[in-house]
Design a protein around this ligand. Structure first.
Ligand SMILES: [Zn+2]
Length: 268
Protein backbone atom coordinates (compact mmCIF):
# COMPACT_ATOMS: atom_id res chain seq x y z
CA UNK A 1 0.00 0.00 0.00
CA UNK A 2 1.87 3.03 -1.16
CA UNK A 3 1.11 6.68 -0.72
CA UNK A 4 -2.37 6.13 0.63
CA UNK A 5 -3.16 5.98 4.27
CA UNK A 6 -6.40 7.86 4.41
CA UNK A 7 -8.02 4.86 5.99
CA UNK A 8 -5.94 5.47 9.10
CA UNK A 9 -8.72 7.86 9.90
CA UNK A 10 -11.07 4.91 10.00
CA UNK A 11 -9.21 3.28 12.82
CA UNK A 12 -10.70 5.52 15.46
CA UNK A 13 -9.39 6.00 18.98
CA UNK A 14 -6.15 4.27 19.76
CA UNK A 15 -5.70 2.18 22.86
CA UNK A 16 -2.65 3.13 24.90
CA UNK A 17 -2.25 0.20 27.25
CA UNK A 18 -0.52 -2.92 26.06
CA UNK A 19 -0.15 -6.26 27.74
CA UNK A 20 3.10 -8.16 27.09
CA UNK A 21 3.10 -9.92 23.76
CA UNK A 22 4.50 -13.32 22.99
CA UNK A 23 7.81 -13.37 21.16
CA UNK A 24 7.45 -13.69 17.38
CA UNK A 25 9.13 -17.09 17.40
CA UNK A 26 6.37 -18.38 19.70
CA UNK A 27 3.83 -17.29 17.16
CA UNK A 28 5.59 -19.16 14.37
CA UNK A 29 5.07 -22.49 16.07
CA UNK A 30 3.14 -24.44 13.51
CA UNK A 31 2.22 -28.01 14.24
CA UNK A 32 5.51 -29.79 14.83
CA UNK A 33 4.39 -32.97 13.13
CA UNK A 34 3.31 -31.19 9.95
CA UNK A 35 3.97 -32.82 6.60
CA UNK A 36 6.27 -30.34 4.88
CA UNK A 37 5.58 -32.01 1.53
CA UNK A 38 1.80 -31.78 1.83
CA UNK A 39 0.13 -29.79 -0.97
CA UNK A 40 -0.52 -26.09 -0.30
CA UNK A 41 -4.24 -25.76 -0.97
CA UNK A 42 -6.96 -23.18 -0.47
CA UNK A 43 -9.11 -23.80 2.61
CA UNK A 44 -12.58 -25.15 1.97
CA UNK A 45 -14.27 -22.93 4.55
CA UNK A 46 -14.57 -19.56 2.81
CA UNK A 47 -17.29 -17.08 3.74
CA UNK A 48 -18.14 -14.28 1.37
CA UNK A 49 -18.89 -10.97 3.11
CA UNK A 50 -18.77 -8.44 0.28
CA UNK A 51 -18.79 -9.00 -3.48
CA UNK A 52 -19.47 -5.81 -5.36
CA UNK A 53 -18.07 -3.98 -8.39
CA UNK A 54 -15.14 -6.35 -8.76
CA UNK A 55 -14.16 -6.14 -5.07
CA UNK A 56 -14.38 -8.94 -2.54
CA UNK A 57 -14.12 -9.29 1.21
CA UNK A 58 -14.11 -12.83 2.56
CA UNK A 59 -12.99 -14.84 5.56
CA UNK A 60 -11.14 -18.14 5.46
CA UNK A 61 -11.24 -20.57 8.37
CA UNK A 62 -8.36 -23.01 8.62
CA UNK A 63 -5.99 -24.73 11.00
CA UNK A 64 -2.30 -23.91 11.18
CA UNK A 65 -1.54 -27.54 10.27
CA UNK A 66 -3.35 -27.06 6.94
CA UNK A 67 -0.70 -24.63 5.76
CA UNK A 68 2.36 -25.96 7.60
CA UNK A 69 3.99 -27.16 4.41
CA UNK A 70 7.01 -26.01 2.44
CA UNK A 71 5.03 -26.41 -0.79
CA UNK A 72 3.46 -23.50 -2.68
CA UNK A 73 0.11 -23.34 -4.52
CA UNK A 74 -0.14 -24.96 -7.93
CA UNK A 75 -2.78 -22.56 -9.23
CA UNK A 76 -2.20 -21.68 -12.90
CA UNK A 77 -2.38 -17.91 -12.28
CA UNK A 78 0.20 -18.07 -9.49
CA UNK A 79 2.49 -20.30 -11.55
CA UNK A 80 2.24 -18.10 -14.66
CA UNK A 81 3.02 -14.98 -12.59
CA UNK A 82 6.10 -16.64 -11.18
CA UNK A 83 7.14 -17.91 -14.59
CA UNK A 84 6.91 -14.40 -16.09
CA UNK A 85 9.11 -13.01 -13.31
CA UNK A 86 11.59 -15.85 -13.70
CA UNK A 87 11.74 -15.40 -17.49
CA UNK A 88 13.00 -11.86 -16.89
CA UNK A 89 15.51 -13.04 -14.28
CA UNK A 90 13.68 -10.87 -11.75
CA UNK A 91 13.18 -13.41 -8.96
CA UNK A 92 15.77 -11.77 -6.69
CA UNK A 93 15.46 -10.99 -2.99
CA UNK A 94 16.15 -7.25 -3.40
CA UNK A 95 14.38 -6.14 -6.58
CA UNK A 96 16.25 -4.09 -9.18
CA UNK A 97 13.86 -1.58 -10.76
CA UNK A 98 13.83 1.77 -12.52
CA UNK A 99 14.07 4.60 -9.99
CA UNK A 100 10.86 6.63 -9.62
CA UNK A 101 10.62 10.02 -11.32
CA UNK A 102 11.06 12.69 -8.63
CA UNK A 103 9.53 15.96 -9.83
CA UNK A 104 9.68 17.96 -6.61
CA UNK A 105 11.80 18.29 -3.50
CA UNK A 106 9.03 16.49 -1.63
CA UNK A 107 9.28 13.54 -4.05
CA UNK A 108 13.02 13.39 -3.43
CA UNK A 109 12.47 13.37 0.34
CA UNK A 110 9.92 10.56 0.11
CA UNK A 111 12.19 8.48 -2.10
CA UNK A 112 15.10 9.04 0.31
CA UNK A 113 12.95 7.84 3.24
CA UNK A 114 11.76 4.80 1.29
CA UNK A 115 15.39 3.88 0.52
CA UNK A 116 16.31 4.36 4.16
CA UNK A 117 13.61 1.90 5.23
CA UNK A 118 14.49 -0.58 2.49
CA UNK A 119 18.12 -0.61 3.60
CA UNK A 120 17.01 -1.49 7.14
CA UNK A 121 14.73 -4.26 5.85
CA UNK A 122 17.15 -5.88 3.42
CA UNK A 123 20.08 -5.48 5.79
CA UNK A 124 18.21 -7.38 8.49
CA UNK A 125 18.20 -4.45 10.92
CA UNK A 126 14.39 -4.53 11.01
CA UNK A 127 12.52 -7.80 10.46
CA UNK A 128 13.53 -10.30 7.79
CA UNK A 129 12.93 -11.03 4.11
CA UNK A 130 12.32 -14.71 3.36
CA UNK A 131 10.81 -16.88 0.61
CA UNK A 132 7.02 -16.71 0.68
CA UNK A 133 5.12 -19.17 2.89
CA UNK A 134 2.26 -21.42 1.82
CA UNK A 135 -0.47 -19.33 3.45
CA UNK A 136 0.85 -16.03 2.15
CA UNK A 137 1.25 -17.53 -1.31
CA UNK A 138 -2.39 -18.63 -1.15
CA UNK A 139 -3.37 -15.03 -0.45
CA UNK A 140 -1.31 -13.79 -3.39
CA UNK A 141 -2.68 -16.58 -5.53
CA UNK A 142 -6.27 -15.73 -4.60
CA UNK A 143 -5.91 -12.27 -6.11
CA UNK A 144 -3.75 -13.44 -9.03
CA UNK A 145 -6.52 -15.86 -9.96
CA UNK A 146 -9.01 -12.98 -10.07
CA UNK A 147 -6.76 -10.42 -11.78
CA UNK A 148 -3.50 -11.05 -13.68
CA UNK A 149 -0.68 -9.65 -11.58
CA UNK A 150 1.44 -9.10 -14.68
CA UNK A 151 -1.17 -7.44 -16.93
CA UNK A 152 -3.16 -5.59 -14.26
CA UNK A 153 -1.25 -5.36 -10.97
CA UNK A 154 -3.41 -4.95 -7.87
CA UNK A 155 -2.87 -4.95 -4.13
CA UNK A 156 -4.76 -7.19 -1.75
CA UNK A 157 -4.96 -6.59 1.99
CA UNK A 158 -5.38 -9.47 4.41
CA UNK A 159 -5.41 -9.91 8.17
CA UNK A 160 -4.55 -13.22 9.83
CA UNK A 161 -5.93 -13.99 13.29
CA UNK A 162 -5.12 -16.97 15.43
CA UNK A 163 -6.45 -18.75 18.47
CA UNK A 164 -4.53 -21.51 20.21
CA UNK A 165 -6.14 -24.91 20.70
CA UNK A 166 -4.88 -28.22 22.13
CA UNK A 167 -3.99 -29.35 18.61
CA UNK A 168 -2.31 -26.15 17.41
CA UNK A 169 -3.69 -22.82 16.27
CA UNK A 170 -6.96 -22.15 14.50
CA UNK A 171 -6.55 -19.38 11.95
CA UNK A 172 -8.95 -16.91 10.39
CA UNK A 173 -7.97 -14.90 7.34
CA UNK A 174 -9.84 -11.72 6.45
CA UNK A 175 -9.07 -11.13 2.79
CA UNK A 176 -9.97 -8.01 0.80
CA UNK A 177 -9.14 -7.03 -2.77
CA UNK A 178 -10.52 -5.04 -5.67
CA UNK A 179 -9.95 -4.93 -9.39
CA UNK A 180 -7.92 -1.70 -9.48
CA UNK A 181 -4.48 -1.01 -8.05
CA UNK A 182 -5.75 -0.40 -4.51
CA UNK A 183 -8.63 -2.17 -2.78
CA UNK A 184 -11.65 0.01 -1.98
CA UNK A 185 -12.17 0.90 1.67
CA UNK A 186 -15.25 -1.29 2.04
CA UNK A 187 -13.06 -4.41 1.74
CA UNK A 188 -10.23 -3.46 4.12
CA UNK A 189 -11.92 -5.73 6.64
CA UNK A 190 -10.74 -3.99 9.82
CA UNK A 191 -14.28 -3.95 11.23
CA UNK A 192 -14.37 -7.75 10.80
CA UNK A 193 -10.94 -8.07 12.43
CA UNK A 194 -12.12 -5.92 15.31
CA UNK A 195 -15.00 -8.31 15.97
CA UNK A 196 -12.70 -11.34 16.03
CA UNK A 197 -10.31 -9.56 18.40
CA UNK A 198 -13.25 -8.72 20.69
CA UNK A 199 -14.10 -12.42 20.59
CA UNK A 200 -10.67 -13.40 21.91
CA UNK A 201 -8.70 -13.94 18.70
CA UNK A 202 -5.17 -12.57 18.44
CA UNK A 203 -4.42 -10.31 15.48
CA UNK A 204 -1.34 -12.16 14.31
CA UNK A 205 -0.38 -10.14 11.24
CA UNK A 206 -1.58 -7.93 8.43
CA UNK A 207 -0.19 -8.54 4.96
CA UNK A 208 -0.46 -6.87 1.58
CA UNK A 209 1.46 -7.17 -1.63
CA UNK A 210 3.64 -4.76 -3.58
CA UNK A 211 3.06 -5.05 -7.29
CA UNK A 212 5.45 -5.54 -10.18
CA UNK A 213 7.73 -2.73 -11.31
CA UNK A 214 9.77 -2.16 -14.46
CA UNK A 215 13.50 -2.62 -14.98
CA UNK A 216 13.96 -1.12 -18.41
CA UNK A 217 12.02 -3.46 -20.66
CA UNK A 218 12.04 -6.22 -18.07
CA UNK A 219 9.77 -6.93 -15.13
CA UNK A 220 10.91 -6.31 -11.58
CA UNK A 221 9.34 -7.55 -8.38
CA UNK A 222 7.61 -5.17 -6.01
CA UNK A 223 9.73 -4.29 -2.98
CA UNK A 224 9.07 -6.75 -0.12
CA UNK A 225 9.27 -4.08 2.58
CA UNK A 226 6.74 -1.60 4.02
CA UNK A 227 6.52 1.85 2.47
CA UNK A 228 6.68 4.88 4.75
CA UNK A 229 2.88 5.13 4.67
CA UNK A 230 2.56 1.40 5.41
CA UNK A 231 4.65 1.94 8.54
CA UNK A 232 2.20 4.56 9.72
CA UNK A 233 -0.74 2.21 9.15
CA UNK A 234 0.86 -0.76 10.86
CA UNK A 235 1.84 1.28 13.92
CA UNK A 236 -1.81 2.30 14.24
CA UNK A 237 -3.07 -1.28 13.88
CA UNK A 238 -0.58 -2.35 16.53
CA UNK A 239 -1.86 0.26 18.93
CA UNK A 240 -5.55 -0.10 18.23
CA UNK A 241 -5.92 -3.86 17.85
CA UNK A 242 -2.66 -5.14 19.33
CA UNK A 243 -1.61 -6.61 16.01
CA UNK A 244 1.56 -8.63 16.57
CA UNK A 245 3.38 -8.30 13.29
CA UNK A 246 3.22 -7.21 9.67
CA UNK A 247 4.18 -8.65 6.34
CA UNK A 248 4.67 -7.38 2.80
CA UNK A 249 4.98 -9.86 -0.04
CA UNK A 250 5.60 -9.85 -3.78
CA UNK A 251 4.71 -13.48 -4.51
CA UNK A 252 8.31 -14.64 -4.13
CA UNK A 253 9.62 -13.01 -0.96
CA UNK A 254 7.89 -11.75 2.15
CA UNK A 255 9.08 -9.17 4.63
CA UNK A 256 8.04 -9.90 8.20
CA UNK A 257 8.57 -7.88 11.36
CA UNK A 258 7.09 -7.42 14.78
CA UNK A 259 5.18 -4.18 15.22
CA UNK A 260 7.54 -3.47 18.11
CA UNK A 261 10.42 -3.20 15.64
CA UNK A 262 8.85 -0.44 13.58
CA UNK A 263 10.38 2.39 15.60
CA UNK A 264 13.51 2.32 13.45
CA UNK A 265 11.59 3.00 10.25
CA UNK A 266 10.65 6.39 8.84
CA UNK A 267 6.91 7.00 8.45
CA UNK A 268 4.66 9.58 6.86
ZN1 LIG B 1 2.53 -1.07 0.83
Amino acid sequence: MTGRCAFLLMLGALACDRAPRPAPQDLQSAASNADTNAPCKMPTQITNIVERDGAILETWALHSKDVATSQLPKDPAFLSYRAAIERDGANVRRPVADPPVARTEADVAVWRDEQFNNDLAFGGTVGSVNPISCLDALLFSRQATRVSQIDHPTEFLASVLRRETDSGADLVVVFGAGSEMFPPKNVYGFDVVRRFVADGWRYWYAIHNHTVQKNGKLLALGVPAPSTSDVQLYRSLGKEMRMDSLRVTNGFYTFSASVNELGAFRAR
